[in-house]
Design a protein around this ligand. Structure first.
Ligand SMILES: C[S@@+](CC[C@H](N)C(=O)[O-])C[C@H]1O[C@@H](n2cnc3c(N)ncnc32)[C@H](O)[C@@H]1O
Length: 242
């Protein structure tokens, strides 16, 4: 049911076209390249989880990370990622797979990269936690889970969130507090959870990950104007399997 809804959204043609366009227009963000290169070696096995149309997968390949596989829950995203790599004549493997139940064996990857707030698109805390447990399982000892999320810590005094607290009578310790539905691409039900940082830390620690780094994207570097106009600030996380 939940999975069907995510699939429905990310198989939508306008959504696929948006991420396809980002693949050619933006490529790997400078901040993403900096954070990955800090922890991951070129020969390491990397899973690009929620790879979309291949923006990060192809970008990482171009940066020298050749041992990379991309997976996404959306068939149409994977179709587009395959077309994009075929057009560039790159030997990258893409497959459909759900983060809650990945088809890889235990300890297969040195790094799982879940970019562009992908983890927080998974509805309900128990499902996000299940994805983090899966990621832990497929990571090698001391492997890295690198991902980004929006974060609520710096938004609590904004009128939208103040109003929300009043209307819903929930406070920021309630897990549903950060749940919102975004109206975009002609769809009115794109789910995203905007977590408090402590929630993410708790989830990582509960899954035996050690938080190595959490850094707002804007503290890493400035992106090209096109990206800055497109993106809100988000948090980059580096967690290591204990
Ligand atoms: C915000 S898009 C980012 C796509 C790509 N990483 C990029 O940055 O261009 C998030 C992607 O995560 C995928 N996704 C969402 N939930 C997923 C899940 N449970 N398992 C695998 N992929 C998922 C979506 O289909 C979508 O392609």
């Amino acid at each position: 049911m939940i999975i069907d809804n995510i699939k429905h959204i990310f198989n939508n043609d306008s959504v696929v076209n948006y991420y396809d366009n980002l693949t050619s227009k933006a490529g790997l963000l400078k901040s993403e390249g900096i954070i990955i290169k800090k922890y991951i070696k070129y020969q390491d096995k990397i899973l690009d989880l929620g790879c979309g149309a291949g923006r990060t997968t192809i970008g990482l390949y171009h940066h020298g990370f050749k041992n990379i596989i991309g997976v996404d829950i959306s068939e149409k995203m994977i179709e587009r990622a395959r077309i994009n790599t075929a057009n560039l004549d790159l030997p990258i493997i893409f497959n459909v797979s759900d983060a809650l139940s990945l088809y890889f064996g235990d300890k297969y990857f040195k790094c799982v990269f879940f970019s562009f707030n992908g983890l927080m698109l998974i509805p309900f805390k128990k499902n996000r936690n299940k994805a983090v447990t899966e990621i832990y399982r497929i990571l090698d000892n001391s492997g890295y889970f690198i991902f980004s999320t929006p974060y609520l810590d710096n938004k609590l005094t904004k009128p939208f969130w103040v109003q929300r607290s009043k209307e819903l009578k929930i406070d920021n310790t309630n897990e549903k507090y950060g749940d919102i539905l975004i109206d975009d691409f002609g769809l009115d039900n794109i789910y995203i959870h905007i977590p408090m940082s402590y929630e993410v830390i708790e989830m990582l620690n509960a899954n035996a990950f050690e938080v190595i780094e959490m850094v707002p994207r804007t503290n890493i570097c400035e992106e090209d104007e096109y990206i800055e106009n497109e993106l809100d600030d988000n948090m980059y996380w580096v967690a290591r399997k204990k």
